[in-house]
Design a protein around this ligand. Structure first.
Ligand code: ZN
Ligand code: ZN
Length: 727
């Protein structure tokens, strides 16, 4: 086909020569491009001079090649002059052209000026809004179109579905799905892909799967939607199963699909598979794709490979908040709390805006660091930020304060939060539980019920823990039995709280009967609770039974051996103690080394057993000896024997008094003003000897000493501990 066209001079001068000649299409298009970039274009001449020209095609080409709004404006004016303003085809082209150039308002103006738009023009404006990320307007236009009695077609639905997806509006999604079926576009592959993505993103993965399973022609887009749907809905295993299924088809993988799959491997903590996929990614040449790099960073961070993750992170040098989140939460979740906090501070100094996820990860990390000063800094940061009323962030702050040993500050955050959901109430209840404030927890639970909030399974874990740490047997028992009334099936965590509660109070037989009547298979935590109760009450036969169960369920956990050995030690069965040591050696298990951390003026100081590395070591040991003398004066007798054989503790015969927490206490006393509260964190459980000693020390020096051990908080004050010697 050839185009009849005027000479160039005819187009650009006021008095054109009327010459026409034929040129091939490709040349014509080049010519149009040239016209569009020249500002002297005078379209009037083109169209009025040669009526042989196909005007629709001519204008269409002009619109397609327009690069500025003023071109479109000029063309539109020309259409009006030439009486073509009712040409639906060209107006549709113009609307599409304007929205492509980012002028959606201009597109809308053109649309509004056109009377009785057909489906093509409606589609153009719907598509325009959708591509401009104005999803409410997309839906609004779709509604208008239907009210005008124009039926949607296969090109309408993908954009409408995309809008539903982005708006996460499930009700609307169902409505549109119904219309898809009514108008007979059920089998359209684009529409179907849109449906899969929509349901998956709205969190209804079941519906997404139904549509996906009904697809006859699955493209990489459909696979990606369903796989990422499962990944995002926390069903990583199903995502990976589908991924393997996809690999058996001839659908070609793209990097968008890989982003979700890498993420899924991170969620299931499958380092090996993820690594081999990383190899494939390199082979396929996608390793520079930024989104993939972010998901690889998150993957390695989640799998605990923080060094690898950090190298990706450093390579990228990006200000993408997702990347920072991946790294910060990776650090926080893998016990590198200080790195997480450092990175968070760096992010703030670099003026990269954290989002709610970042702030939550940073609060989680601060809780792990256990520094109250840091916790206060976080709180300060949040209250000045836009997240001050973010319900998730506030919940993280409550948890953080509780774990940093300051349940009062946790309560302040709780009280000031304007919006409270069951998770926040539960976090506060859990905080009281951790600190052995059973009644506070129960009172808060009643307040929560009064506020009309329905408890969930976590609320009950908090309550049972609280009762447990306060020895409230009857209350705990009653609470456990009202769980089912809220439709909550107890899990192992709930059962083990009850076993602990009964066991510690000495109702060992009842605890055993309770386990036997459980509606689920008793797990490690349940038998562990029974074993530790047996240790307290020196019930060797039942303890051995529990230990046997534990060794078969969880053979490589040092803790169980230690507990059994402690049970024997408490009953003075030294041969048995020795036997457990042999067992452990055979299995290649060694006990964890104990250490304690104390915060002085915002600086954390770590002490190991018998630690003499501190520059003020001499002063510390003088203080220890001074305290020791004073303890003896008031009649303190060390629990030498049990401690000596107690595998849980960092014992050495001559080192009884220098367990790490004792060094931390001494250092705290010489480094702070009288009356200052000492806050110590210990990685293992506190031993009986240290517990009794610190109780008395708190009275001798008139200080409050707060020790967080592996299990709970001990608030030592006036010679007593908040745990009531019950830990
Ligand atoms: Zn100790
Ligand atoms: Zn205590």
């Amino acid at each position: 086909m050839a185009w009849k066209l005027l000479s160039l001079s005819a187009l650009t001068t006021k008095s054109p020569k009327v010459t026409s000649f034929e040129i091939p299409t490709c040349l014509f298009l080049k010519f149009i491009k040239h016209l569009c970039s020249s500002s002297v274009l005078n379209l009037g001449h083109v169209v009025s001079l040669d009526h042989g020209l196909n005007l629709d095609s001519f204008y269409a080409s002009l619109i397609d090649n327009s690069t500025h709004k003023r071109h479109l404006d000029q063309i539109h004016n020309q259409l009006i002059v030439s009486g073509l303003k009712h040409n639906g085809f060209l107006i549709t082209k113009l609307v599409n052209g304007s929205s492509n150039l980012g002028h959606i308002c201009y597109a809308r103006k053109l649309f509004d000026e056109f009377s009785h738009p057909d489906v093509f023009l409606w589609n153009a404006i719907i598509r325009g809004y959708s591509r401009s990320n104005l999803f409410r307007n997309t839906i609004e236009m779709y509604g208008l179109m239907r009210r005008e009695g124009v039926d949607p077609d296969g090109f309408t639905f993908p954009y409408v579905l995309k809008a539903c997806t982005e708006l996460l509006d499930f009700r609307l999604s169902c409505l549109v799905h119904g219309q898809v079926i009514r108008y007979g576009f059920g089998p359209d592959v684009f529409v179907q892909n849109g449906l899969v993505a929509m349901y998956a993103k709205c969190g209804n993965i079941g519906m997404a799967r139904v549509v996906f399973d009904g697809l006859n022609d699955r493209t990489v887009v459909s696979w990606t939607s369903i796989i990422s749907g499962y990944a995002q809905n926390g069903e990583a295993l199903e995502a990976l199963r589908l991924f393997n299924q996809m690999r058996n088809t001839d659908v070609k993988l793209d990097w968008i699909a890989l982003v979700s799959i890498v993420r899924a491997y991170g969620d299931v903590d499958d380092l090996e598979q993820g690594r081999s996929l990383h190899g494939c990614i390199i082979k396929m040449g996608f390793e520079d794709e930024p989104d993939l790099l972010i998901s690889l960073t998150a993957f390695y961070a989640k799998c605990g490979q923080v060094i690898v993750a950090r190298s990706f992170f450093d390579q990228m040098k990006t200000s993408s908040v997702i990347m920072w989140n991946a790294m910060i939460s990776g650090y926080a979740k893998n016990g590198h709390a200080e790195e997480a906090v450092d990175l968070f501070r760096e992010m703030i100094t670099r003026n990269i805006k954290p989002d709610s996820v970042t702030v939550r990860s940073a609060a989680l990390a601060s809780a792990q660091v256990g520094s109250l000063k840091l916790a206060q800094w976080m709180d300060d940061y949040v209250s000045k930020s836009e997240y001050a009323s973010d319900i998730f962030v506030n919940t993280a702050l409550i948890d953080m304060y509780a774990k940093c040993g300051n349940v009062e500050s946790a309560r302040i955050v709780f009280d000031r939060a304007s919006e409270k959901d069951v998770i926040m109430w539960s976090a506060m209840i859990m905080g009281y539980g951790l600190h052995g404030q059973g009644w506070e927890a129960i009172n808060l639970y009643h307040a929560m019920r009064q506020a009309g909030v329905c408890p969930n399974d976590v609320t009950f874990i908090g309550l049972l823990t609280a009762c447990n740490h306060s020895g409230l047997v009857r209350e705990g028992w009653e609470l456990f039995h009202c769980m089912r009334g809220f439709g909550i099936e107890p899990r192992n965590e709930h059962y083990s709280c009850v076993v602990d509660l009964l066991g510690r109070a000495g109702y060992l037989d009842q605890a055993y009967d309770f386990i036997m009547k459980m509606s689920i298979e008793p797990g490690v935590s349940v038998w562990g609770a029974l074993l530790s109760a047996c240790k307290i009450h020196r019930h060797v036969t039942l303890g051995e039974y529990a230990a046997k169960k534990l060794f078969s369920l969880d053979p490589y956990n040092t803790g169980h051996y230690v507990q059994l050995s402690n049970l024997y030690a408490s009953s003075r069965l030294w041969d048995h103690v020795a036997h457990v040591r042999v067992l452990m050696r055979e299995k290649g298990l060694s006990k964890d080394l104990g250490y304690s951390v104390i915060e002085i003026n915002g600086k954390l100081q770590v002490f190991h057993v018998g630690d003499k590395s501190h520059p003020r070591s001499d002063e510390i040991y003088n203080e220890i000896q001074r305290l020791e003398r004073r303890l003896k004066e008031i009649g303190f007798v060390p629990h030498t024997e049990s401690v000596l054989h107690d595998l849980n503790y960092e014992e050495k015969e001559e080192n009884l008094n220098i367990h790490s927490e004792r060094i931390a206490v001494a250092y705290g006393l010489i480094s702070t003003a009288p009356g200052t509260i000492l806050r110590i964190t210990k990685n293992l459980r506190a031993c009986v000897n240290c517990h009794s000693a610190i109780k008395l020390i708190s009275k001798l020096v008139e200080r409050e000493i707060i020790v967080r051990d592996a299990n709970r908080f001990h608030h030592f004050k006036d010679g007593l501990c908040s745990c009531g010697d019950y830990w």
